[in-house]
Each structure stands twice: as C-alpha cells, then as structure tokens.
Design a protein around this ligand. Structure first.
Ligand SMILES: Cc1cc2nc3c(=O)[nH]c(=O)nc-3n(C[C@H](O)[C@H](O)[C@H](O)COP(=O)(O)OP(=O)(O)OC[C@H]3O[C@@H](n4cnc5c(N)ncnc54)[C@H](O)[C@@H]3O)c2cc1C
Length: 422
C-alpha cells in the first residue's frame, strides 16, 4: 500500500494522515474548508477544536487521562502539538485553540508525504481511503455514504446518562421487566408521589445547555429531552419515561407512583444507563437533579446525557471491526462519524483506522485499554442500540481485585491498561 486518500482534515483525519505519512504512505488529504464550512468551524485551519479548548484531565485516575496516555504511547501528533500550545488549567490539558489548529496545519502541510487539497469531496473515492468528515459532514458526502450503506447514517444523537453500578443503592430498587418480560436487565427505582413532585419541580427549573442554531432537533419525538417532556405537564412523564404500569414492586406487591428504569450498559454489569433520560441539562444540573432519584443519591456519572446534531454511521451494522465499510472494504471510516464522541476519541479513532490500513491482519486492541474499549464500542458491544459514546471506565472489564477508594480504583484501571501496553 503506497497511497491513501483521506476526506476531512479534522482531528481524526489529521491524526490518520500523520500516522500513515510517517510510515512512508503517500497521503492526499481533502478538506472542504474554507470553500465550504460546517456550521461549527470558524477558521480555514485543519484540526480545529470547535468548542471547548480543554482536552480534559491529564491525570491517570480519569478516563480522559488514560486515553491521552494511550494516544501518546502510539505517537499521536496532535498530543505533541497540544503540549506545545498548552495553557494553564490545573490538572487538565487545555490549549490555545487557534495556535493548536495553526501548528497542526503547518505540520500536516509541510510533511513531504502529505498533499492537502482544499476541496469538498462528494462521492466515495476509488482506492484506499479514510472518511473522516466528522459530526457535521457535508450533505453531499453524507448522501454518498447513505447510498452505499442503504441509509446507515443518523443525524442526531440523544444520549441518556450512564451511572457507575457501584455508586447505585441497589436496596432501593428491584430488578424486573415491564409485565415481567425481559428478565432482570432493568433496575427499577420507585418514587412516591412526594418524591416525584420534588423531582419534577427541580427538573423543570433546571439549567439547560443552549442549542446551536443548526441543532433544531426538537422535531424528533424519540429524542425529546426529559425536561421538555416534563414541561408539557406534570403528569406527562408518568406516561413516558417514568411510567410505572406493569412494574409491580415484588417486595410490596404494589405498583409505585413513578419509576425510573436503569438498563445495563455492559455485560460486566458495572454501568447502567437511565432509560429515556436524554437531556440538555447542564452537567451540574444533571448531577443535582438526577441525584434526587431514590437510589441515585451518590450516583457517579460515567457519561452525562446530551442531545445534539451528530452525523454517525450505524457502525456495528455497516463497518467491519477494522473500521472498513462492509460494502466497500477499501474505504475506512474514522472519527466522530463512526459513533465515537469527543476530541480525544476522534483522534484515537483516526489513529486506529490508520493502524488498520498499515497492518496486514486486522489489529485487535486489548479490551483492558481505552483503544480496545473504543474498538468494542464501534462493534456494538455496549448496549442494544448503537449510540455515540465517549470512553469511560465502565467500558473496561472489572478489576480482578477489589479496590475500595474510587480514585484508587480508577487509577488501577489505568495502571492495568498501561501494563498491557508496555
Ligand atoms: C458544535 C460541536 C461542539 C463540540 N464540542 C466538543 C467539545 O467541547 N469537546 C469534545 O471533546 N468534543 C466536542 N465535539 C465533538 C467532537 O469531538 C468534535 O466534533 C471533533 O472535532 C470530531 O473530530 P472529527 O475528526 O471526527 O471531525 P471534525 O474535527 O469535525 O473534522 C471533520 C472535517 O471534515 C471536513 N469535511 C466535512 N465534509 C467534507 C467533505 N465532503 N469533503 C471534505 N472535507 C469535509 C470538515 O470541514 C472538518 O474539517 C463537538 C462537536 C460539535 C459539532
């Protein structure tokens, strides 16, 4: 393999281009900006961070810390650029966004094996290619992807919060499926009328994240934020996500006034998502309001809920485990369009696609590592419905030994991952 075309000069595209070019591959990187821009990008530079300037914590007792350590381990170009552009932010790695994108652009443009072409690509290329067009991929390329996958793209993601199992008070709830169907995969947390009323009042007055103009997602009933459902009337949730019907509490024989259902997020039973609780509440508001649910008083959020515009492919259905398209195995996908979420995850996904292209056999990452967890995620190994997600410790197999303190436990996950990599 001597030449690869990459579509999209964002975080995934740049990381993939660098990885390949450093190994002698001739890369042609197509970027549509500045001729055509996405609604979120503001500059002509490659690798633009479209919102926050934070690449999150650098500490190994956080998921972002482990992911960054793995990116550095594999020689991430963007991590090196981030180091050069960092600004003081405590234990987090935050960067000067403009400098970051500028330096990344200069590095990519001056690499002898990379040719950057400023052009929108509208059809899938011939030969080996990586599609890394991001969550705001242009309409034309989105249509081309849909044409080869039979409509396999989604354009909105609506995510419910994910809670660490060991922070849930299981004594409060009971396992049962509605009308006793579905085994014990659902934990039901009952609420009395008084508890429901307090929760409702907090929910409808909670602070929410302002949507971008291009994120008019309110038309999708399935994706309706919990607080919007609540605002339609005090009873509405009782006929929607908090419906108690068919969920008799076996300990009392009674049907509770309201129920919050938690569904298993992984086979290891270390994480649960709150069913139907996609939300635009700010993170502090999510923590405050959702911790009012009996049993979740000490809930640890592995992932907060969100709703935003996001173009992503149904990866488990349409991608092979090496990120190539099942219908066109010479075309690989990378970045947020594969259903990973976040700056770091997108960089990692770009590297993974490039590694897969360089390898003679599909690369299998250890499940104990963040890269392995992202690979398992795009295979659809977490949850029944494929939804975009960022990396969290709940995606790693449980620790073999019991570690009492939460911070120590998290550090232990990272230690184990780094030992595997070493
Ligand atoms: C509004 C918004 C805010 C976000 N904020 C954060 C945040 O604060 N923190 C966080 O961790 N994540 C955030 N994300 C999520 C995500 O991490 C970023 O979007 C990230 O940049 C994704 O990386 P990527 O490489 O997959 O896509 P991008 O970085 O978006 O790169 C895709 C590139 O492809 C180009 N392109 C698209 N179509 C074509 C085409 N047809 N031909 C040629 N070029 C094309 C685009 O111009 C773009 O440069 C945000 C996403 C959005 C949309």
């Amino acid at each position: 393999m001597t030449a690869v075309t990459i579509i999209g000069g964002g975080l995934a595209g740049c990381e993939a281009a660098w990885y390949l070019a450093e190994r002698g591959v001739q890369v042609t990187l197509y970027e549509m900006r500045p001729t055509l821009s996405s609604p979120a990008h503001t500059s002509p530079n490659l690798a633009e961070l479209v919102c926050s300037n934070s690449l999150k914590s650098d500490s190994l007792d956080t998921a972002a810390g482990l992911l960054k350590a793995e990116l550095r381990h594999y020689g991430s170009m963007l991590m090196a650029v981030a180091e050069e552009c960092k600004v003081p932010a405590g234990s987090a790695l935050a960067v000067d966004r403009e400098l970051f994108a500028l330096k990344a652009t200069q590095k990519i443009e001056s690499h002898p094996n990379i040719k950057v072409v400023r052009e929108e690509i509208t059809t899938l290329p011939e030969g080996l290619a990586i599609i890394a067009c991001g969550p705001l991929a242009s309409n034309a390329i989105s249509e081309s992807i849909q044409a080869v996958t039979g409509g396999g793209l989604a354009f909105v993601d609506a995510i419910s919060p994910v809670i660490s199992a060991d922070s849930i008070d299981f004594n409060i709830g009971y396992f049962a499926g509605r009308y006793d169907k579905g085994g014990d995969d659902y934990l039901n947390l009952p609420l009395s009328k008084e508890q429901y009323n307090s929760f409702y009042d907090a929910l409808v007055s909670a602070e929410t994240v302002k949507a971008h103009e291009f994120e008019d997602v309110s038309v999708f009933e399935r994706c309706m934020p919990i607080e919007v459902i609540a605002s339609r009337g005090k009873e509405t949730l009782l006929y929607g996500p908090m419906r108690p019907v068919g969920l008799r509490d076996p300990r009392t024989g009674e049907v509770p006034f309201a129920v919050v259902q938690l569904r298993l997020e992984n086979q290891e039973r270390t994480a649960f998502n709150i069913v139907g609780f996609q939300t635009k509440m700010t993170m502090p508001a999510q923590k405050r309001v959702l911790q009012m649910i009996p049993g979740l008083e000490n809930a640890e959020f592995l992932r907060y809920g969100t709703i935003h515009r996001n173009t992503y492919i149904d990866a488990p259905t349409h991608l092979n485990s090496n990120l190539s398209l099942k219908s066109l195995p010479n075309i690989f996908m990378a970045g947020q369009i594969t259903g990973v979420e976040g700056y770091l995850e997108s960089m990692a996904s770009g590297m993974i696609a490039a590694m897969q292209i360089c390898a003679t056999e599909p690369v299998e990452f250890s499940p104990f590592t963040a890269f392995g967890a992202l690979q398992r995620h795009t295979r659809g190994e977490f949850g029944d419905t494929y939804l975009p997600g960022n990396f969290h410790f709940g995606m790693l197999p449980p620790l073999e030994k019991r570690v009492k303190k939460k911070a120590d436990r998290k550090a232990e996950y990272s230690k184990r991952a780094m030992e595997v990599l070493a």
